[in-house]
Structure formats: structure tokens, C-alpha cells
Design a binder for this molecule. Structure first.
Ligand SMILES: NC(=O)c1ccc[n+]([C@@H]2O[C@H](COP(=O)([O-])OP(=O)(O)OC[C@H]3O[C@@H](n4cnc5c(N)ncnc54)[C@H](O)[C@@H]3O)[C@@H](O)[C@H]2O)c1
Ligand SMILES: O[C@H]1[C@H](O)[C@@H](O)[C@H](O)[C@@H](O)[C@H]1O
Length: 340
């Protein structure tokens, strides 16, 4: 490890998330520095590397990951480029924080699992950052403590003020509801066994042919029902809420939005404009936990198995969305490397 135990990180993909992670490693968290950035867009890579001391800009991930200053890799390229970046990181046996999704489909996620198993040890943490959100970690601790009894239902809301114009209907599942898939598996410690997608009439802001909002229902292997409202163009702000209904009580997160203001005969709180604000603390804690684990030579957080399981549920979800039918999730057997 370079420079007094400081972790040298290569950030692959310097778009919205990648640039934000570069800022976070450079200015917010401790124990790491950005040694290299990679982007197929050379100008973008140079622009992001410029203000960071000692950071080299590359267009070829293979060249960057072979650099001696690089001890670990943060993958923030589009999902379709994740598999290649992960396999390149494995070639050098480097630890990886891979933004969600691990890969865009279950078959490619299985290939990543197989490659990691060939290494013989886990190297991947998947960027399901809600696992580090202070409210969600409290909910998890409450459910784990058991004082509310067993969870029976989980009501989730996932609202984005807007999404890019290229956002397709399957992306409601693959890009957005993938978070609730991981959140459900993590909070309940159960696999999701089936998915159904229901549609109300589309909102007026939904592009032609795209049903937005949608209601996505998960059934878990332990008999819990989970409903997820996904509304990608709700206009008013970014809202992620979850309420667990248990045998002896309920618990809900995602309502608190900073300040409460009394004014002009009204009272109310703030709503975050987007995920970078709502989950700022979660992103910081996620990357700090990854850096700390890398420096200890261990892994933490959601594994490649969790990334694969979410991809398998996404596949069922996209089929349920297209057919209107209840679709069972097909999951491979969990390999020994991911048993704990
Ligand atoms: N955790 C979250 O809440 C969250 C939020 C947003 C995005 N993401 C994830 O982060 C990733 C990036 O999303 P984004 O919004 O920053 O996208 P983006 O389009 O803003 O940026 C992607 C960047 O990757 C570059 N790129 C494309 N192919 C590449 C390759 N093969 N090698 C290197 N660079 C390449 C592009 O030129 C672009 O600069 C995606 O996986 C996305 O799902 C996660
Ligand atoms: O890529 C983004 C990101 O993952 C956000 O966390 C989610 O709320 C959005 O719906 C999705 O488009």
C-alpha cells in the first residue's frame, strides 16, 4: 500500500457518481487517496483528475489498474461496463467497491461470482448504500432486536423528482427498485421468491408508453409481503420511505427531512432534491467502511452474492412488468464463499 498505509484508489467512470466519489475520497473520508481516474471520455477524466493532487487520468481501465499506485478500485461506470472492470480488478487481486447494479443481468452476475470464487476469497462490495443510512440502520437494529415481533409487511416508497430522458420502463426495476430488493433481503434476511408489478393509470408526466408510477410487490420465502411504489417522475423531490409492519408494532423511516418551519399559516419540513443529498451520509459511511476494510485486508457490506441475488430478482421483476403476471425468482444455490 502506497504512502504511509494510505489506500491508493482508482475510480473507474467519472460521471455523476464517479466524480462525487472522487470528491468524497479526496475531501471527506480518511485513509485513502484517489491515485487514478479512468473514463472513456478523456476530457472528463482529465477534468476530474485535475484538482486532485497526484491523480493520474486514464482512458483504459487495464492500464490504470496495472499502475503500482493502485491498491483498490471503485467502479462507477455504467452497469453494462461493470463486469469487464470487475474481471480486470480480479486479474490484479484488487478489492472493489462496485456501484449498483453489480452487473445488468443474472447471467453476467453469475460469471462475476465464478471469477471471484476462482480467486478463493471475496473482493467485492456492492454499492447498496442504504445499508449505511442512519435511519435504515436503526430500522435494521430494531427488527433484529425482535421487540416488535416478526415482520409481516414492508411498505416502501421510492420517488425521484425526475430521471434522465433515456430512462426506460425496465430501468424502473433495474436501476431504481433494485435498491428495495437489496433493502428487503438485508432487513428481513430472507430471499425474495416472486415479483408482481401492478400499474395505476400513468401520470401526465410519464413519457408515452411508460407506466410511471408502478407498484411492485415482492413475496419473500418466509411469507412477508413487500409493496414498493416506484414513481420516477414525481416532480416534488426525492423520497425514500419504508415502514415495517410487525406482530407487535410498526416502524417507519424516511420522513425526517431536516428543519421543520412554521410560516404563513403552514408548517412543514424539507424534501431532498435527489439521492446525493438524501443519502449523503450513507455514501460517506459506505466508502469509509470499504476503505477501512481494504486497509485491514478484509471485506464488508453487500457481497457479489447480494449483487447477483438482486440481479435475479430484477430479471423476474422486468418479466412481471412486461407480462402483468406473477413471476417466480430463479436463484442459483449460494456458493460456500458467500455462506456467512
Ligand atoms: N447508489 C446510487 O444511489 C447511485 C446513484 C446514481 C448512479 N449509481 C450507479 O453509478 C454508476 C454510474 O452512474 P452515473 O449516474 O454516474 O452515470 P454517468 O453516465 O453520469 O457516468 C458514467 C461515466 O462512465 C464513463 N464510462 C462509460 N463506459 C466506461 C468504461 N467502460 N470505462 C470507464 N468509464 C466509462 C462515461 O463516459 C461517464 O463519464 C451506475 O452503475 C449507476 O447505477 C448509483
Ligand atoms: O441510479 C439512481 C440511483 O440508484 C438512486 O438511488 C435511485 O433512487 C434512482 O431511482 C436511480 O435511478
Amino acid at each position: 500500500m502506497a504512502q504511509h498505509g494510505t489506500l491508493g484508489v482508482a475510480v473507474v467512470g467519472t460521471g455523476r457518481m464517479g466524480a462525487d466519489h472522487v470528491r468524497r475520497i479526496d475531501r471527506v473520508i480518511s485513509g485513502a487517496r484517489v491515485a487514478a481516474v479512468v473514463d472513456v471520455d478523456a476530457e472528463r477524466a482529465r477534468a476530474v483528475a485535475g484538482p486532485v493532487e497526484g491523480c493520474a487520468a486514464y482512458t483504459d481501465p487495464a492500464a490504470a489498474l496495472a499502475a503500482p499506485e493502485v491498491d483498490a478500485v471503485l467502479v462507477a461506470s455504467p452497469g453494462s461496463a461493470h463486469e469487464a472492470a470487475l474481471l480486470e480488478a480480479f486479474r490484479h487481486d484488487l478489492p472493489v467497491l462496485c456501484e449498483k447494479p453489480l452487473t445488468p443481468d443474472a447471467a453476467s452476475a453469475l460469471r462475476v461470482l465464478e471469477a471471484e470464487q476462482r480467486l478463493g476469497h471475496r473482493r467485492v462490495q456492492v454499492g447498496f448504500m442504504r445499508r449505511w443510512d442512519p435511519e435504515f440502520t436503526r430500522l435494521k437494529a430494531l427488527l433484529d432486536g425482535g421487540e416488535l415481533g416478526r415482520p409481516l409487511l414492508l411498505h416502501c416508497r421510492h420517488r425521484n423528482a425526475s430521471v434522465p430522458s433515456f430512462f426506460t420502463e425496465p430501468m424502473l426495476i433495474n436501476d431504481s427498485v433494485v435498491h428495495e430488493m437489496d433493502q428487503t433481503r438485508w432487513l428481513l434476511e430472507q430471499e425474495i421468491s416472486a415479483v408482481t408489478v401492478l400499474r395505476p393509470r400513468p401520470g401526465r408526466d410519464a413519457p408515452p408508453g411508460i407506466g410511471d408510477p408502478q407498484l411492485v410487490i415482492f413475496e419473500t420465502e418466509g411469507g412477508v409481503l413487500v409493496d414498493v411504489e416506484i414513481f420516477a417522475r414525481c416532480r416534488f423531490g426525492y423520497q425514500v420511505q419504508a415502514e415495517a409492519v410487525c406482530e407487535r408494532g410498526t416502524a417507519r423511516v424516511g420522513d425526517a427531512h431536516g428543519m421543520l418551519v412554521n410560516r404563513d399559516g403552514r408548517w412543514g419540513g424539507e424534501i431532498a432534491p435527489d439521492f446525493t443529498v438524501r443519502f449523503a451520509t450513507a455514501f460517506d459511511r459506505q466508502v469509509q467502511a470499504w476503505v477501512d476494510a481494504c486497509r485491514r485486508g478484509t471485506v464488508t457490506g453487500p457481497s457479489a452474492w447480494d449483487g447477483y441475488a438482486a440481479a435475479a430478482v430484477c430479471e423476474a421483476g422486468v418479466r412481471a412488468q412486461a407480462t402483468g403476471e406473477r413471476v417466480a425468482v430463479e436463484l442459483a444455490a449460494r456458493p460456500a464463499l458467500y455462506q456467512d
